[in-house]
Design a protein around this ligand. Structure first.
Ligand code: SAH
Length: 620
């Protein structure tokens, strides 16, 4: 359930009122996160339930407890049904409408905060339909400014969000002042974006029509300001806490809030609380963390003792074995101390609290990252599985080799970050993907063909093992793709109908002696053999030796397929023979398939018999 692409939208309701609509929704209801409701006039199917009475009443009864509603119903009817239930965009669930033929998936309501835009795109991928997203920012290929920060775990602060979004829709100049948090999003905007980053020499000259602050500082925004302003708060503040045993949660909260207020920090920018391990069971701190959904990090006195702090205390040293708890813990969690120790006591509340604040260089995201290892097939969008397309659509960041990323360009969402790298940098790519997933992003690493066949999947898993991965976090999913041997085979017929093997002729990572040994084994074992990486500009001899090895075991007229760029625009397909194969162009975009002793050519098709006809003949 957790690893479904729908988990982050759950609980989800799907509703159909007639049987064809129910059929359209059926593929979605295989997912345990989606509950299908049907009127009792329709037959139940799979994970469906019947509602009694009117849909209007039923909807009202399930509205509050669900995060997303998918209707296969006329848009007008849906609008009338949901109108009395809608409150505001911060609270309303995602509402999606699918037409009765299942061709269009419309993000109707709560596109940004309710995530209907993303959900509609994922559903469209699953149904092979087209997503209709009508939000302004999406039309310009821009990230939705009121939600994109959630990717990085940022919290929204005060501001005129509607005003800033209207300015963006009008393509007015929008000033962005980012003082903390990831700047990844800045590097992947469309060329015509309206943002101006930082203070220019003269902001007056810039004449911005809106401003976005991205900062741990809480700015007061006057209601009658000259132009709309909003603020995002990346979670960079670590609150170091020391307290007497039994200090009340309320006093701890007051201490945190007062300190933030005094130093103009937004409480929304708090990443978490840090203290000494002795306080790991301190009820007041635990309560505050639960109420505010904050992580609680604790450190040993030995670790805390080593930290240089501005206000060490001899008394604290004698009591707990380190001269500082609040300041040292804040620094260990957040690195840069911003507010030194503040002491709080109250006449009415139990206990005493010390608070210090440190600011981390990297924000705390607050969700577990995921790594999707995705095979994108030979290079045509139609040859990517819907599951792999969904994984790419869902990812916050897509990492791959430039050529492959170009092939899937049309799948890109505006919020997505695409990181392309040259072909040789596989290891850097794997390490980068792991780092981002460990931080909390959903990262798709794409390989051509199948990602587990001379692709990135193995490398990423090896690197994860190297990094001491526990097998669970980040969560890993591997999405298979159509490998070159399958796509090449499909272009020439059915050459792989009997036992076959794949051998890469690249000796970059495998010694040439080993490759030769395997070639001899494959040739003598009568395996149909698919050769990957057959020839590069520098590496030209291996294919010659390979042909010589096969000639020792097979007839010279054994059919050979040479397929270059299968399913790409410049595809070239040649069927030749073992003796003539070297007369044709072969390069790194080519897969060569050498038939076995029974493979034959027939009317420009390559066929390896499986043996059915022989059996029939024998039976006769
Ligand atoms: N993971 C990929 C293989 C990567 S190794 C897969 O499963 O297909 C790269 C080699 O794959 C190339 O040198 C070439 O031999 C083969 N290849 C990849 N895409 C191809 C295509 N579209 N047509 C023919 N061969 C291809």
């Amino acid at each position: 359930m957790e690893d479904s692409c729908f988990a982050r939208f759950a609980p989800i309701v799907a509703i159909a009122t007639y049987s064809q609509a129910a059929q359209v929704l059926t593929p979605l209801t295989q997912d345990p996160n989606i509950q299908l409701w049907l009127p009792d006039s329709l037959e139940k199917q799979g994970n469906s339930q019947h509602y009694e009475g009117s849909l209007k009443e039923h909807l009202a009864s399930i509205w509050a407890e669900n995060q997303a509603f998918i209707f296969c119903l006329a848009a007008g009817a849906v609008v009338r049904l949901i109108a009395p239930l809608l409150k505001n965009k911060a609270e309303d669930p995602a509402v999606i409408v699918i037409d009765g033929s299942g061709n269009y998936v419309v993000s109707l309501c709560s596109g940004h905060q309710g995530k209907a835009d993303l959900l509609s795109q994922i559903i469209a991928r699953q149904l092979g339909a087209k997503a209709i997203v009508t939000g302004g920012s999406s039309a310009f290929g821009l990230p939705a400014i009121d939600t994109f920060g959630f990717i990085y775990g940022w919290h929204k602060g005060e501001g005129d969000w509607t005003g800033v979004m209207a300015a963006i829709a009008k393509k007015s100049t929008v000033q962005v002042i980012q003082e903390s948090g990831s700047t990844l999003w800045q590097k992947h905007l469309p060329p015509s974006h309206p943002f101006h980053f930082g203070f220019s020499e003269s902001s007056a000259e810039l004449n911005p029509q809106a401003r976005i602050w991205i900062s741990p500082t809480k700015r007061k925004i006057a209601p009658k300001s000259d132009f709309p302003k909003v603020q995002w708060h990346p979670r960079v503040l670590w609150i170091g806490i020391g307290c007497e045993r039994g200090t009340s949660a309320q006093l701890i909260e007051t201490a945190i809030d007062e300190t933030c207020k005094t130093y103009h920090y937004a409480t929304e920018a708090i990443a978490g609380i840090a203290s000494i391990d002795l306080k790991a069971d301190e009820a007041g701190i635990i309560q505050v963390c639960q109420r505010r959904n904050l992580p609680f990090k604790t450190f040993t006195p030995q670790a805390l003792k080593k930290v240089d702090v501005p206000t060490p205390s001899e008394i604290v040293q004698q009591e707990v074995g380190t001269p500082s708890v609040a300041e040292a813990a804040a620094i260990l969690a957040g690195e840069n101390l911003q507010v030194s120790k503040q002491i709080f006591k109250s006449d009415t509340q139990l206990g005493a609290v010390t608070v210090a604040i440190a600011q981390a260089n990297i924000e705390y995201i607050g969700h577990t990252g995921r790594l999707y290892l995705v095979g994108i097939g030979p290079g045509d969008l139609n040859q990517i599985t819907p599951a792999a397309q969904t994984a790419i659509t869902e990812a916050d960041i897509v990492i791959g080799y430039t050529l492959y990323l170009d092939l899937i360009e049309s799948l890109k969402r505006p919020e997505q970050v695409i990181e392309a790298s040259p072909i040789t940098q596989e290891q850097q790519r794997a390490q980068r993907a792991i780092k981002l997933a460990q931080w909390g992003l959903t990262v798709a690493v794409v390989s051509s063909g199948d990602c587990g066949i001379y692709g990135m999947a193995g490398l990423v898993l090896e690197e994860l093992q190297e990094a001491g991965w526990n097998g669970k976090s980040p969560q890993v999913r591997v999405f298979p793709g159509i490998s070159a041997l399958q796509s090449a085979a499909s272009r020439v017929g059915a050459p792989l109908m009997h036992d076959f093997c794949a051998i890469s002729l690249s000796d970059l990572l495998t010694p040439w002696e080993v490759i030769q040994k395997r070639l001899h084994a494959a040739a003598s074992g009568d395996f149909i053999t698919a050769l990957y990486n057959p020839r590069s500009q520098k590496r030209t001899e291996q294919i010659v030796t390979t042909q010589a090895i096969f000639v020792q075991h097979r007839q010279e007229d054994t059919p050979v397929a040479i397929v270059r760029g299968a399913y790409r625009q410049d595809e070239q397909v040649t069927i030749t023979t073992l003796s003539q194969m070297l007369e044709h162009p072969i390069d790194m975009l080519t897969t060569v398939i050498i038939g076995n002793t029974t493979t034959r050519n027939y009317a420009d098709w390559m066929i390896t018999p499986r043996g059915y006809l022989d059996r029939t003949r024998n039976e006769e």
